[in-house]
Design a protein around this ligand. Sequence first.
Ligand code: UGA
Length: 441
Amino acid sequence: MKVTVFGIGYVGLVQAAVLAEVGHEVLCIDVDAKKVENLKNGQIPIFEPGLTPLVKQNYESGRLKFSIDAEEGVAHAQVQFIAVGTPPEEDGSADLKYVTAVARTIAQYMTSPKIVIDKSTVPVGTADKVRQVMGQTLQQRGIKLSFDVISNPEFLKEGAAVADCMRPERIVIGTDNPDAIEPIRELYEPFNRNHDRMIVMDIRSAELTKYAANCMLATKISFMNEMSNLAELLGADIEKVRQGIGSDSRIGYHFIYPGCGYGGSCFPKDVQALIRTSEQIGYQPKLLQAVEQVNAQQKYKLPTFVERHFGKNLAGKTFALWGLSFKPNTDDMREASSRVLMEQLWAAGAKIKAYDPEAMNETQRIYGHRSDLELMGTKEAALQGADALVICTEWQNFRAPDFDLMKSSLKSPVIFDGRNLFDPDRLEKRGFTYYGIGRGA
Ligand code: UGA
């Protein structure tokens, strides 16, 4: 099948590459000419395991193409994906200007019926807006052409995006026209073998499903972070509690890891957007507000520990920081806990020697101007001469460090661990002072 994807961001690029991989002819359109040129030269704008070879192979085979020519994109296929960004507005609501711009473009150039698929995370009611914008544009052109608007939210995780797209747990399709489903079934058929993962519903339910999923996951995390704060005060160990409750199959082990707060481009933005949507319709979403507040507070956990240990004034102190990305296997630092930590430590006068396996360029881009930040080539180099170590991201290769080397490199053997990577008893035996999340016992 032929497919056009508008927007070569995270979602658009991964989806396009995966669709091309199974044999579809995919044309990606973006307004960013440099990005399009880079992709043609095999330069992928994001770090995502498995994505670079997938894009290169499919580009070379001719099944995956990139262009800035929107008219060509509209002409290419009946199925048109909208996968552009929906950045938050000042008040946290999702800004739909890119989505509606693509809708207008499609209606501007279409000369045959289209199926327009909303892949971007968009508030409930967006499909109606897309339909309205397209209808108006066609009316202005003075022509009558049929089109369907479908909501098909994406559930991929950064760091596992290719695998998630290749083997989706569910394919949610929101439509009010049963006739539009058949082409979508054909499109997703290679990903829908063995058992049917397609869940068909009305458009508004599909749009809300996306927010409900992310808000549920964010709620689990904030719940655990709240429990971790209680555990700390009550002298319990949240890691024991986590195992204790996870063994209940109704609760499960997934997404109940306490830490120094969730980040990324999705949870913070989506929780806020659903809060704004609720408020706009006169509903106070008390639970979601609490989820957001607990998370914002949790990002100050590590700076609070540092203050507890070293005092308010950190002038003359240097901290080794391991982990800058908002989670492992990505270079994404959007809403990362490491940023709150660094900004708090800097404000108290400290210097930072930072290391991350993938996010060094991103750190350089955001904080390269700061003289109180040194970017280090290895995790060991970051430790040299630092007063203590702070860990913000659970990269696998942080899990079994050389503790003797760590002890001899640091001025004082103190670890502030925002991801509970180590066993507090073992570290204590090795002579470390260890601060974990919710480990009061
Ligand atoms: C999230 C969802 O997991 C995806 O299903 C969804 O498609 C995506 O948002 C999206 O809307 O596009 P992602 O933002 O890539 O994916 O990251 P997650 O793996 O969900 O992690 C989010 C944050 O939660 C990270 O900062 C992570 O460290 C934190 N987290 C996760 C915890 O603190 N504890 C946990 O138990 C799990």
